[in-house]
Design a protein around this ligand. Structure first.
Ligand SMILES: *Cc1c(COP(=O)(O)O)cnc(C)c1O
Length: 449
């Protein structure tokens, strides 16, 4: 046991996995080896065989910890791979605030307790044009807080085309039910009119609720109610109107050759009372749920004790504020990784792909080729929009692309690509250019076997 723990090949794992985990693995492997020798009469395992078994086992355990991944899938907001990469400014702010104490809830001027949310609220007012804003853990929590504040034990009118599942188990009807609100469905799956909402109004109506169809699209014989019309109805009858916007773009994606995606500013300009969206989708910041809208309903949510259970950490607030500031700075948006990736031209990506084939291929360069690919925004946004992109296609010598893809995933950093027919395709749009060298090394090593 002592010799195994001291062996450098094993000791190095203790730093990354913790001493207890490593000791437990050594215990297990020794116990299994003893039992094999005693009960099955197997040969006594050599020291090196034990080390090899432990290294394999600990490496497998390490891949269960959170690791750095090179995302070559071409999906920019990949929920399984952590959605939006953070801007350097956000990371710097997290470090600066997380490193020590801060004036999180303290007014330095007066020396008295301050508001945790005030700074980010004022940035949200400036960037979205809303009267006020609030931040919770994620968009699902934002929807829950809205429903809990306004609709517990009361009715929420939703059109049938808005009863969506976002993925990861977020189904709007389930969240509505959980919040204690009663769901009143109106219209049909494909057609809903303003009069459907009008007819469903009653003394128990707490909210009119709409969802932005971010992750699907409906075509054909369809009719929907415009946000503006619904907002006008809400004002006329004195019922707040809410939109679950989901992605939360603050700029027009048409500038990147994508279809226009409804922005937060547009939702506010439509006259909605409250708009909820995520921080780590098209905003390109940390995981957060953001609610913007009119002052009075936001103030009611601030006073809801549930806010305490959904509140965000100081480092999240610091990262979100730093990301929002980039929207208000010349060339700031280009510093947000999501938008830097969106802005890359196909020519640039092709040039990088050619350089990669040259760097990684070596004797095996015949197995590699530059290919045109299609990247996707992901994160439930613009499901139908493909973004022209470029990458490297590798037809592994062994002939099994799934095995080759698995080898790339075992590398450190792990490299995650896509299997397409008999090839593994690595899309470069989602790889930061400064990491091309690492990617080339991983591919070269995998080709060597
Ligand atoms: C993504 C999404 C959500 C959930 O957002 P999270 O921040 O992941 O909780 C809710 N509603 C819509 C419309 C979405 O697109």
């Amino acid at each position: 046991m002592h010799r195994l723990l001291a062996d450098p090949r094993i000791a190095s794992f203790a730093v990354r996995l913790g001493a207890t985990t490593v000791k437990r693995a050594v215990d297990d492997v020794l116990r299994a080896a003893r039992s094999n020798t005693q009960t099955h009469g197997s040969d006594v395992a050599t020291f090196d065989a034990l080390v090899a078994e432990l290294v394999e086992r600990l490496a497998a355990e390490e891949s269960e910890t959170m690791l750095d991944v090179l995302n070559a899938t071409g999906v920019l907001l990949h929920t399984n791979l952590g959605r939006a990469p953070l801007p350097a400014e956000a990371l710097d702010a997290m470090r600066a605030i997380g490193d020590g104490y801060s004036n999180l809830e303290f007014e330095l001027g007066a020396g008295v307790r301050g508001s945790r949310y005030e700074r980010v609220s004022s940035l949200l007012r400036a960037t979205t044009g809303a009267q006020d804003g609030l931040v919770v853990n994620n968009c699902a929590a934002a929807v829950l807080l809205i429903l809990d504040t306004f609709a517990r034990g009361r009715e929420v009118i939703v059109s049938r085309n808005a009863l969506v599942e976002i993925g990861g188990g977020f189904r709007l009807p389930d969240v509505l039910e959980r919040s204690g609100a009663r769901l009143v469905e109106v219209g049909t799956t494909n057609r809903v009119y303003l009069r459907d909402f009008e007819r469903a109004l009653g003394i128990d109506t707490a909210l009119l609720f709409r969802t932005h169809a971010s992750n699907f699209s409906m075509q054909g014989f369809v009719a929907d109610v415009e946000a503006r019309e619904l907002a006008a109805l809400g004002r006329r009858v004195g019922v707040p109107v809410v939109e679950d916007l989901g992605s939360g773009a603050l700029i027009d994606l048409a500038a990147y050759g994508l279809p226009h995606e409804r922005t937060v500013q547009e939702a506010i300009a439509d006259g909605l009372d409250l708009v909820a969206f995520s921080g780590d989708k098209l905003l390109g910041g940390p995981q957060a749920g953001i609610i913007v809208g009119r002052s009075a309903p936001i103030a009611r949510m601030r006073a809801n004790p549930m806010l305490r259970a959904l509140r965000v950490d100081k480092t999240t607030l610091a990262a979100l504020a730093a990301t929002l500031r980039l929207y208000d700075r010349a060339a700031g948006v280009a510093r947000i990784p999501l938008y830097a990736m969106l802005a890359a031209t196909v020519t640039e990506l092709e040039q990088r792909a050619h350089a990669l084939v040259a760097a990684a291929g070596g004797a095996d360069s015949a197995l590699l080729s530059v290919v045109a690919t299609q990247a996707h925004v992901g994160g439930g946004a613009l499901p139908l929009a493909a973004l022209p992109s470029a990458g490297v296609s590798i037809v592994p010598a062994g002939g099994d692309p799934n095995a080759f893809a698995a080898t790339l995933r075992r590398a450190r950093p792990a490299l995650v690509g896509r299997v397409d027919g008999d090839a593994v395709v690595l899309d470069l749009r989602t790889i930061p250019p400064e990491r091309d060298g690492e990617l080339a090394e991983i591919v070269a090593a995998a080709l060597r076997g």
